[in-house]
Structure formats: structure tokens, C-alpha cells
Design a protein around this ligand. Structure first.
Ligand SMILES: N[C@@H](CCC(=O)N[C@@H](CS)C(=O)NCC(=O)O)C(=O)O
Length: 216
């Protein structure tokens, strides 16, 4: 299967898919999209009008998908190495999808919008909105503390799509507001994720771009 991944090395949702690809050992061609380059942006938007990455194109099958979870679902259907990311058991698979939704919607999205506010012009900031997002993120992280402090992966002993979702969400949430002692359980889970070779590789590849991340 000839796969092409349109991505950016700093993009958290692209990390989620890269982790899955590295976990599964699926060969793919990375295509870095610089949305700051007007020509590259125009080409990308022509391909995917919402302009969000990651996008995976399966050139042999003539198919392409945005949305990190759908991309991982596709990989799990098409590639034996990726099948383990979504268990065959339907009840377990539901738990994985529920946890994937939790990390995307209740951790990743909050974090992403807090970072988004940092990129706004000084007179367009939304302090009220950011405070609300920070409070919501605190609640989500307290659930991660409760469930993940003692070890294991998001839904048990097996590394799944839910852990692919958790890794970037928690990594950047910890940048936005360091977990420290307040979120010791989340911090321990993040340590386990960062020690996982797939995620360690993603972080090493992103390293040259980290200076572009808005610190405040
Ligand atoms: N729900 C989407 C979210 C994708 C997303 O938000 N991507 C961000 C990068 S992490 C993006 O493309 N940002 C560029 C922009 O909004 O201009 C997914 O799971 O893939």
C-alpha cells in the first residue's frame, strides 16, 4: 500500500497518526505541508477544503482521509501491524474509541484552543474563554490522574489508538500548564508515553521545530 501522509512535525494531531504508523511499522511517504507558504496552503486547501492536517492518501486505493481517528481506523483495517491499535473484541474496541474521544475532545481540543489564543493579536485575546478552557482541562486531567497513575495504557495492558490520542494531548497540555504535583498521575502516564519508542521518535523528529511553539 503506497501511503502518503500530509503533515507538519509540530502538529499534535499529526503526531497521533505518526505514533500509529510507527507502532504498526507501516511504510509511508511523509509530505511536510508549510501552511505559512501561500502556494503550499492553496494546494493543500484544494485537496482538503477544511485545511486541517493530518491527511492520509492511499494512492493505490485512490482514497484519502482527513481526521486522525479515521486515518488510524483505516490503517487498522488495511494493515495487519495496525490492527492491534483497535481490538477485534467489540466491547474493548468501544472502550478504545471512547477513550480516544475523551483525549481528543476533552484534553486535546482544550489545549489546542488555549495555544490558539496565544497566536491571536494582542487586542483579540479571549481571557474569559481561556480561563474556562483551563478549568475544563483541569477536570479532564483529574480523570487522567484517577485512571492512569498506577500504570498501564489508556484502556488496559495493550497500547491502542487511545494512547496514540493521549500522547500529543498530554504532551502539549503539560507544556501549556506543567502537571507537577497537581497532576502526578497524568505526569506518570506521560512519562510512560514518552518512553514508548514510537512517541520518542515523533518527539525527536519534532525537536528542530520546537522553537516555533508559542510559549505564552
Ligand atoms: N479533528 C482533526 C483535527 C485536526 C487539526 O486540528 N489539525 C490542526 C493541526 S494539529 C491543523 O490542521 N491546523 C491548521 C489550521 O487550522 O490552520 C483530527 O483529528 O485530525
Amino acid at each position: 500500500m503506497a501511503l502518503k501522509l500530509y503533515y507538519h512535525p509540530l502538529s499534535s494531531y499529526c503526531w497521533k497518526v505518526l505514533i500509529a504508523l510507527y507502532e504498526a511499522g507501516v511504510p509511508f511517504e511523509p509530505e511536510l505541508v508549510d501552511l505559512g507558504d501561500p502556494d503550499a496552503r492553496e494546494r493543500f486547501i484544494r485537496m482538503t477544503p477544511l485545511g486541517k492536517f493530518p491527511v492520509l492518501v492511499d494512492e493505490e486505493a485512490g482514497k484519502g482521509f482527513p481526521e486522525s481517528s479515521i486515518i488510524i481506523e483505516y490503517l487498522a483495517i488495511k494493515h495487519a501491524g495496525a490492527a492491534k491499535l483497535i481490538p477485534a473484541d467489540r466491547d474493548l474496541a468501544l472502550r478504545v474509541r471512547l477513550s480516544d474521544r475523551f483525549y481528543d475532545l476533552h484534553v486535546h481540543d482544550k489545549m489546542q484552543r488555549i495555544v490558539g489564543d496565544r497566536l491571536r493579536p494582542a487586542d483579540k485575546k479571549d481571557a474569559f474563554g481561556v480561563e474556562k478552557l483551563r478549568n475544563e482541562l483541569e477536570i479532564s486531567l483529574s480523570l487522567v490522574d484517577r485512571d492512569m497513575g498506577e500504570g498501564g495504557w489508556a484502556t488496559g495492558l495493550t497500547f491502542t489508538m487511545a494512547d496514540c490520542a493521549a500522547a500529543p494531548a498530554l504532551y502539549y497540555a503539560n507544556q501549556v500548564s506543567p502537571f507537577g504535583e497537581n497532576h502526578a498521575g497524568a505526569a506518570r502516564y506521560l512519562d510512560r508515553l514518552m518512553a514508548r519508542p514510537s512517541f520518542a521518535r515523533v518527539l525527536a523528529e519534532a525537536e528542530p521545530y520546537f522553537a516555533m511553539f508559542p510559549k505564552s
